[in-house]
Design a protein around this ligand. Structure first.
Ligand code: IPM
Ligand code: SF4
Length: 478
């Protein structure tokens, strides 16, 4: 994808070009070899790091740049009591291994119970570690979240994690670029989660394959950093390598004053550079998609992949109406797993569990949206509602704003920070047959627990659903 400097370039191309250590030469048969790219920030969690550390140990290597590496405990963390040892043996071992490795290799770690601990993709931005123009990697697919700052942020595999640990570089093949221009303005009650679910429904779970997506246009410019992170987070669910948004005043406002943000003259110089990263006039994308924000309504998924979504006002689709045979079969299989009848209004789907949290929607703004709906209301009889902050800092802020009290008064469980019910790696899980409205990013079979059924929704829809007991938006409540 690299174009020579001088030509109009996209945001992704500029960040890439500024990080090439060794360009990939074309070989005899004309194939271009990968570029060697410098990595500015390496985020680490307990699930994908053990073999990488083992590899380093076996090769007798040190960590190349411990100062550019940061670790946190998230996936295996029990969110009820974060201050006691983990009961589950597998989880306890994974977390213990991370602690030993970080100690041995000199990596800063935010362990369970620490004031800065949380989901890796919440912690990086919170500390001001994630900055515009950076290359950011982590052994985790939702690393795309950090692209909201105008960073090129990618999920990598465990062998690549080891490579970055050893060299602070990565061999990367060029990728294609896609512009997703969002015109108009999101109507009241419609959030960035609805927007990204609509984008994935439109382009499909494979639609972004091989591409770095750049979200732009008036509707994107109006979004807060939290909302932008929600969008970039789910780029991976469209199959993309990464998602990005050009840095602007909203970005700088969020970053300024954070612990790792530049200060004084360094800040001014950084802003000048960051401003130069915007996609140039006339830069060409490999693909362009246009979305009209003003036409969107709250969106929910009905199936078992994030692309199987519809407006909340729609009915459960009928596979018989789908012309593409494979798609029709996939839909039929999904409806069977989800135990849904074609033609049924989505608003009538009964839900027994609501999960608010994850690296998609576990930030302060998400919790405020939930509290706004829950204030003065109660969750439906028999409803289990978990509200899980993305980090302990988010929890502290929510408590300072009185949100925790609102959740508990409404009958929700107000938890400690972790990945929680986003995936079944800790005690927060669905039982077989349970149906959950979830603010997370994946609705795969068994994702939230074996036999559990997931509907992906925004925080506002999650809260309204908890109150009404069926999929609902705040406007549906009296
Ligand atoms: C456990 C981890 C490797 C995984 C990922 O890569 O995304 C997880 O975070 C997820 O969301 O499924
Ligand atoms: S919150 Fe969910 S999506 Fe995010 S890192 Fe954790 S498991 Fe993955």
């Amino acid at each position: 994808m690299t174009q020579s400097a001088g030509n109009p370039r996209t945001l992704a191309e500029k960040v890439w070009d500024d990080h090439v250590v060794v360009p990939g030469e074309a070989d005899a048969s004309g194939n271009t070899n990968p570029d060697l790219i410098y990595i500015d920030l390496h985020l680490v969690h307990e699930v994908t790091s053990p073999q990488a550390f083992d590899g380093l140990r076996m090769a007798g290597r040190k960590l190349r740049r411990p100062d550019l590496t940061i670790a946190t405990e998230d996936h295996n963390v029990p969110t009820v009591d974060i201050f006691s040892p983990i009961a589950d043996q597998v989880s306890a071992l994974q977390v213990e291994t991370l602690r030993k490795n970080c100690e041995e290799f000199g990596v800063r770690l935010y362990p369970m119970g620490d004031a800065e601990q949380g989901i890796v993709h919440v912690v990086g931005p919170q500390l001001g570690l994630t900055q515009p123009g950076m290359t950011v990697v982590c052994g985790d697919s939702h690393t795309s979240t950090h692209g909201a700052f105008g960073a090129l942020a990618m999920g990598i595999g465990t062998s690549e994690v080891e490579h970055v640990m050893a060299t602070q570089t990565l061999s990367l093949r060029p990728f294609k670029t896609m512009a997703i221009t969002v015109d108009g303005e999101l109507p009241p009650g419609v959030t960035s989660k609805d927007l990204i679910l609509a984008v994935i429904a439109e382009i499909g779970t494979g639609g972004g394959q091989g591409h770095v997506l750049e979200y732009r246009g008036p509707a994107i410019e109006k979004l807060s950093m939290e909302a932008r992170m929600t969008i970039c987070n789910m780029s991976i669910e469209a199959g993309a390598r990464a998602g990005m948004i050009a840095p602007d005043e909203v970005t700088y406002e969020f970053l300024k004053g954070r612990p790792h943000a530049p200060t004084g003259d360094d800040w001014d110089a950084a802003v000048e550079y960051w401003n130069s990263l915007r996609t140039d006039e006339g830069a060409v994308f490999d693909r362009e998609v246009h979305i009209d924000a003003s036409a969107l309504t709250p969106f929910v998924t009905w199936g078992t992949n994030p692309g199987q979504g519809l407006p909340l006002g729609a009915n459960v689709p009928d596979p018989a109406d789908i012309t593409d045979e494979t798609e029709a079969q996939t839909a039929a299989r999904a409806l069977e797993y989800m135990d849904l009848t074609p033609g049924m209004p989505l608003r009538e789907v009964k839900v027994d569990t609501v999960f608010v949290g994850s690296c998609t929607n576990g930030r302060i703004e998400d919790l405020r949206a939930v509290a706004e709906v829950l204030k003065g209301r109660k969750v439906a009889d028999g409803m289990r509602m978990l509200v899980v902050p993305g980090s302990m800092k988010v929890r502290a802020q929510a408590d300072a704003e009185g949100l925790g009290e609102i959740f508990e008064a409404a009958g929700a469980e107000w938890r400690m920070a972790g990945c929680s019910m986003c995936l079944g790696m800790n005690p927060d899980q669905l039982s077989p047959g349970e149906r959950c409205a979830s603010t997370s990013n994946r609705n795969f079979e068994g994702r939230q627990g074996k036999g559990g059924r997931t509907h992906l929704v925004s925080p506002a829809v999650a809260a309204a659903t908890a109150v009404r007991g069926t999929l609902a938006a705040p406007a549906d409540l009296d």
